[in-house]
Design a protein around this ligand. Structure first.
Ligand code: HEM
Length: 435
């Protein structure tokens, strides 16, 4: 599991099929739950299956105990405070601002690729996604220079923490590779967060941004109920969860298209029809129907949140198995999305699976890249909105192709990442009949 996590996971998934199985990882024996019925049961029974346990420990070194990634009162106060900034309606009001960021980035790509040199997809998408998050959700409270430093730290963390995640019962006092890097990452975040929090707590702004909303709620509470590090933990968590998963999902988009010229042609057709050759705008979003379907299919085969875990609170029967109290339950969109019982020819890349007619016929929990139940991803609308604008922005100007012919394979870090660098050659695309 530690040496070949993706292949091992694939093998376990095939062997388990729809059955609940118990993994034998030495002294650690979590249940693996993959069938949509069972997943639904676990995700929607939040009284019996809680987000706690050894798997979460390594992540909490960065997120702390006081963030939206926890449970109980700390989770609910965080979700209540942040949720208004993530409703489809509010996110919709940011569409034009996001589209402007995308249009600027596409212009810049156009200048830099004029010589035919390829670009590194993850680097470009990191700039774009973290820029959007900072402009539209942090209200420029974090500077772009600090954001670059945080992104570099997060990149280190995504791989540094993975050995601890794979060896969850290893005591903290046993040093593992990646521990020192993780400590440095936490120091980097804390050094940047502390002065920001001091400034905004003393003079809370009325702004619609994450830091201001957290500081206002903290001041209102007056330290009575919220844990000490609540603002810091939520700030760090929101920056981390709002970037890495989205960047990797968008990086997967390009290798997923390789070998599918028909999908690329349909994307070009839709984007040309919708934008009419103009620069991308928020008002184009409702018509980018196929673009969204392709992104959904990319997230089916490469769900960047590839695994998440719950702990059983009391003995609970799921299917015909009694899950014991205190045990961990592993849920994996990666495995559920590859079940033959859930998807016809699951390994074939086919965006047509996401036509409304076909999606309606499917079990609600067969497709769960954003989880489900009360902890369902709060950033889902943000992600689809930015993803559709970015894809359409790029497709409206370029014919993207992979610069390297070798296949791109998955590797697990905190997210499911491409193991190889994804370099893109962007040739100008001149749609016929466009202005
Ligand atoms: C492709 C992109 C993304 C993927 C695949 C993804 C995946 C997930 C998953 C699987 C969960 C559930 C975790 C669990 O049940 O334990 C989750 C939760 C969460 N996500 Fe995302 N996410 C993405 C993007 C974002 C973005 C852009 C944001 C914010 C800007 C965000 C914020 C959150 C938050 C705050 C939670 C915790 C919700 C709660 O527990 O109440 N995510 N995400």
């Amino acid at each position: 599991m530690v040496r070949e996590p993706v292949a091992t996971l694939d093998g376990i998934g095939k062997e388990a099929g729809d059955e609940i199985v118990q993994l034998n990882l030495g002294t650690f024996r979590p249940y693996l739950v993959t069938s949509p019925d069972h997943v639904q049961r676990v995700l929607t029974d939040s009284g019996r299956f809680v987000r706690a346990g050894v798997f979460w420990k390594p992540l909490r070194r960065l997120f702390g105990e006081g963030s939206i990634m926890s449970e109980g009162a700390t989770w609910s106060s965080s979700r209540r405070t942040l949720q208004p900034m993530f409703t489809p309606r509010y996110v919709g009001t940011l569409a034009d601002s996001m589209a402007d960021s995308v249009a600027e980035a596409v212009e810049e790509m156009s200048r830099r690729t004029a010589s035919g040199d390829p670009i590194d997809a993850a680097t470009e998408l990191t700039k774009l996604v973290s820029g959007i998050l900072i402009r539209d959700f942090f209200g420029d409270t974090i500077s772009m220079r600090d954001a670059d430093e945080l992104m570099a730290a997060l990149d280190t963390m995504a791989t540094a923490v993975v050995i601890r995640i794979m060896l969850p019962v290893m005591p903290d006092w046993v040093p593992l590779p990646g521990d020192a890097a993780l400590r440095r990452v936490v120091r980097t975040f804390d050094a940047l967060a502390a002065p920001l929090i001091r400034k905004y707590s003393v003079t809370p702004s009325q702004g619609d941004d994450i830091l201001s909303a957290l500081c206002r709620a903290w001041n209102q509470d007056g330290g009575r109920t919220l844990p000490k590090n609540w603002v810091r933990d939520n700030l760090v968590t929101m920056f981390a969860v709002g970037t890495e998963t989205a960047i990797m999902a968008l990086t997967w988009f390009w290798p997923a298209l390789a070998g599918h010229p028909e999908v690329i042609a349909k994307l070009h057709e839709e984007v040309t029809r919708v934008t009419g050759g103009d620069r991308i705008r928020g008002s184009h979003l409702p018509d980018l129907v196929y673009t969204k379907m392709v992104m959904q299919e990319v997230l089916r085969l490469y769900p960047t949140g590839w695994v998440f875990v719950r702990t059983v609170v009391e003995p609970t029967v799921v299917g015909d198995v009694t899950l014991k109290a205190g045990r961990s339950v592993i849920l994996s969109p990666y495995l559920t999305h590859r079940l033959e019982s859930a998807f016809e020819r699951p390994l074939v890349f086919d965006p047509e699976r996401f036509t409304p007619e076909r999606a309606r016929l499917r079990h609600k929990f067969a497709y769960m890249p954003f989880g489900g139940g009360q902890h369902q991803c709060m950033g889902m609308h943000v992600f689809y909105q930015e993803a559709m604008l970015i894809i359409a922005g790029i497709m409206s100007r370029f014919r993207p192709a992979l610069a390297d012919p070798a296949p791109v394979t998955p590797e697990v870090a905190v997210t499911l990442r491409p193991a190889q660098q994804v370099r893109l050659t962007l040739t100008p695309f001149e749609p016929q009949g466009a202005r």
